[in-house]
Design a protein around this ligand. Structure first.
Ligand SMILES: [Zn+2]
Length: 351
């Protein structure tokens, strides 16, 4: 996520802190060491919650690059949405379940250590160090319960969609879950306003916008599933020989409107360059450089009967804006992300 700093890596996932989070730390530091410890403690469990989602997601082949901590909570960036509703169900449930697990496992040890009176003292406070530990402990229960509220796209809302999607089509299930999300966002916003609770207001705005944006993503995905690469493949495209110079490629870009090229040796594709590879190549090698030295040698390929949704997922996963299309080992075209978004734009107008 933009504006965040990596602090460490665990299970191959970077844990990042967003710059706005430092403001939160500063505010709590000003309130004293016990407050600071409280907030750090809370975010340790927020991180564990997100890690729990991430590790289950990984079981289903979804890559998780990073977890970003924001003042309003944690966000795990996943490479794609789960394919099956039961996967989303388990991934979403994993976060709150981890917090409930912690509540159960630590109850008796903490009761022994802090004493029942301290552990059960409400409202929660930071009056003594022992109360700080009790506070952090109970936050786990609050995290679990709050996240299970069906305010899509919070965990409870995702669980709701997954359950609905067993009975109806995915788009309709999403629509209902999004309505729940909007409703809870308005409710949270209202409570936040009358109680002067700024964090709750921010969460409400975040939920509202995130719900709308996911609804659109699902609409796009479902539309793109109905089209195949062959439906949009441009009839003409250029390939390059491996000894082509970068200056020659620039000339081709200006004259052909094609910006991404398969590199071939005879019939066989040996590499692929995108516009950004070429720009980077000019910076490092100059225009007299050779395309062979800047091409990607290991690039995923598409086939004519792949859906546009699949193509878009691959592009997202590999962070690349175009891909070659292969038939019987030979390149037959190039598809760009613009080709794909154009289809969605046209279909959105027709509806
Ligand atoms: Zn969660």
């Amino acid at each position: 996520m933009k504006g965040s700093i990596k602090i460490f890596k665990i299970a191959d996932i970077s844990i990042n802190i967003h710059v706005t989070f430092f403001l939160l730390l500063l505010i709590f530091l000003n309130m004293g060491m016990r407050w600071l410890f409280l907030i750090v403690g809370i975010f340790c469990f927020v991180t564990l919650h997100e890690l729990s989602h991430s590790l289950v997601a990984r079981k289903f082949g979804i890559k998780v690059k990073e977890i970003t901590l924001l003042p309003i909570g944690g966000v795990a960036s996943m490479s794609k949405m789960p394919d099956k509703p039961y996967q989303e169900f388990l991934i979403s449930l994993a976060g709150p379940m981890l917090n409930i697990f912690i509540v159960i496992v630590f109850y008796f040890p903490l009761r022994l250590w802090l004493g029942a009176e301290v552990l059960h003292q409400f409202p929660l406070s930071v009056g003594t160090w022992k109360l700080v530990f009790a506070h952090i402990y109970w936050i786990n229960l609050i995290l679990a319960v709050f996240n299970l509220i069906p305010a899509f796209p919070m965990d409870g809302g995702r669980i709701l969609r997954a359950l609905l999607a067993q009975k109806m089509d995915y788009q309709k299930a999403t629509k209902i879950a999004v309505n729940f999300g909007h409703l809870f966002a308005l409710l949270f916003g209202y409570i936040g306003l009358i109680q002067g609770h700024i964090v709750l207001i921010v969460i409400a705005v975040f939920i509202y916008m995130a719900a709308s944006s996911e609804e659109m993503q699902v609409d796009i995905r479902e539309t793109l599933k109905k089209f195949y690469i062959k439906d949009i493949m441009p009839s003409r495209f250029l390939t390059l020989q491996k000894d082509t110079t970068v200056s020659k490629v620039l000339e081709l870009i200006f004259h052909s409107h094609q910006e991404d090229f398969p590199i071939v040796e005879g019939d066989r594709m040996i590499g692929f360059v995108t516009r950004s590879d070429i720009i980077n190549g000019i910076h490092t090698l100059g225009t007299s450089g050779n395309i062979y030295d800047i091409m990607r040698k290991d690039v995923p390929v598409l086939r004519e009967y792949d859906s546009l949704n699949k193509a878009q997922n691959i592009m997202q996963e590999y962070n690349i804006k175009s891909l070659p299309v292969i038939r019987d080992g030979r390149v037959v075209g190039v598809i760009t992300i613009e080709d794909i978004t154009r289809v969605y734009a046209v279909m959105a107008v027709r509806r």
